[in-house]
Design a protein around this ligand. Structure first.
Ligand SMILES: NC(=O)c1ccc[n+]([C@@H]2O[C@H](COP(=O)([O-])OP(=O)(O)OC[C@H]3O[C@@H](n4cnc5c(N)ncnc54)[C@H](OP(=O)(O)O)[C@@H]3O)[C@@H](O)[C@H]2O)c1
Length: 328
């Protein structure tokens, strides 16, 4: 089965041209901006696309909050970013995004401790190939890729709204093109568990959440994107066959980060409507031609309602959210 999925993903990957080709139409001055005075939160920034994004933003003078689950890996990334960028404004926050209750605690504390946040980049993602649960009893892929993103974003929206030119970028995946939103089995309790398909479903859910948030929060510019297939630890570990099949065509992490950075910093981004799906600095359809993957308004409403119920069920009481998180 995973071989068939690898072939399917390979064919989807081929639908898009490579980075070199796409980048011929990029406008170089789009990224020619100073980010001094702007703050960015990037999840999963100790590795791959997240680290490349943090590095690019730090080099332009932005204040960077890197949210990582492992303190040592985060510290190594921070040192690397500071040394290459000369920018000391890089702060570590240790958080496992699969632990929904902790996401609430972190986001509530961050909101109390910071007077502004200009850009949230939901980059961290995982593909756990067995059905594993977090300490709240929630399936881990869903908890990390969907519910963690939901809670973090929902909680930080009031802070973003107070800040200048606020944006939220969520790193989804072209893999979501093979999935229609499934509202009935959010945690894969009934269907056979296939990590690649669960991941693709979560990435579809990120697209749907972004569309809903964009309509509900007009002060903030939301986008969701596919970074292109990049050679990162996540791909090598979670999809070894796909990694092997694509190895000569994979992008570098910097190339994968290009559109994330562009969406986060360039003025050109906000000329596009909020809520779109991007690839290579262009809005593209979130559905394949003639696809069955569109969801009805009712399905979207049911989905968002279920997320809210699950999120609120593990929301800690106010007193617990006062505690500070590691921040260096
Ligand atoms: N590379 C591609 O071809 C590709 C294609 C489509 C979409 N994407 C998406 O791009 C994003 C970045 O992935 P990547 O390819 O750059 O892989 P990566 O280098 O492995 O980075 C993934 C990051 O997410 C972090 N992470 C995973 N689970 C977490 C959790 N529970 N709590 C906190 N952090 C967590 C990882 O932390 P650890 O280092 O501690 O594991 C790591 O920092 C992901 O959302 C992925 O789905 C990548």
């Amino acid at each position: 089965m995973s071989f068939v999925i690898s072939v399917l993903l390979f064919l989807i990957a081929m639908r898009w041209s490579g980075f070199e080709n796409a980048s011929k139409s990029f406008v170089a001055k789009d990224l020619d901006v100073s980010l001094v005075g702007r703050s960015f939160m990037i999840t999963g920034a100790n590795s791959g696309i997240g680290k490349a994004t943090a590095m690019a933003i730090a080099k332009k003078g932005g204040t960077v909050h890197i949210v990582c689950r492992n303190k040592e890996r985060a510290e190594r990334a921070r040192e690397e970013i500071i040394s290459a960028s000369g920018n000391n404004e890089v702060y570590i926050h240790v958080l496992d995004l699969s632990e929904t209750r902790k996401v609430w605690e972190f986001a509530e504390a961050f909101k109390k401790e910071h007077s502004s946040l200009n850009v949230l980049i939901n980059n961290a993602g995982c593909m756990v190939n067995q059905r594993e649960m977090n300490s709240d009893g929630l399936e881990k892929n869903f908890a990390t890729n969907t519910l963690g993103v939901y809670v973090l974003t929902k909680c930080l929206i009031p802070l973003l709204e107070k800040s200048r030119d606020p944006r939220v970028i969520t790193v989804s995946s072209g893999g979501m093109l093979v999935q229609k939103l499934n509202t009935d089995d959010l945690q894969t309790e009934r269907a056979p568990f296939d990590g690649t398909m669960v991941y693709a479903q979560n990435k579809r859910q990120q697209v749907v959440m972004t569309e809903v948030w964009a309509k509900a929060n007009p002060k903030i510019h939301f986008s969701v994107m596919h970074p292109g297939w990049a050679d990162t630890p996540a791909v090598a570990k979670a999809m070894p066959q796909f990694h092997q099949m694509m190895r000569n065509r994979l992008r570098s992490a910097d190339q994968g980060a290009d559109t994330v950075v562009w969406l986060a910093v360039s003025r050109a981004t906000t000329a596009f409507p909020s809520g779109l799906f991007f690839q290579d600095r262009q809005p593209v359809s979130a559905h394949l031609p003639l696809a069955w993957t569109h969801s009805s308004r009712r399905e979207v409403k049911v989905f968002m309602g279920r997320l809210e119920t699950l999120a609120m069920a593990v929301k800690p009481s106010d007193s617990l959210t006062q505690r500070s998180f590691d921040c260096h």
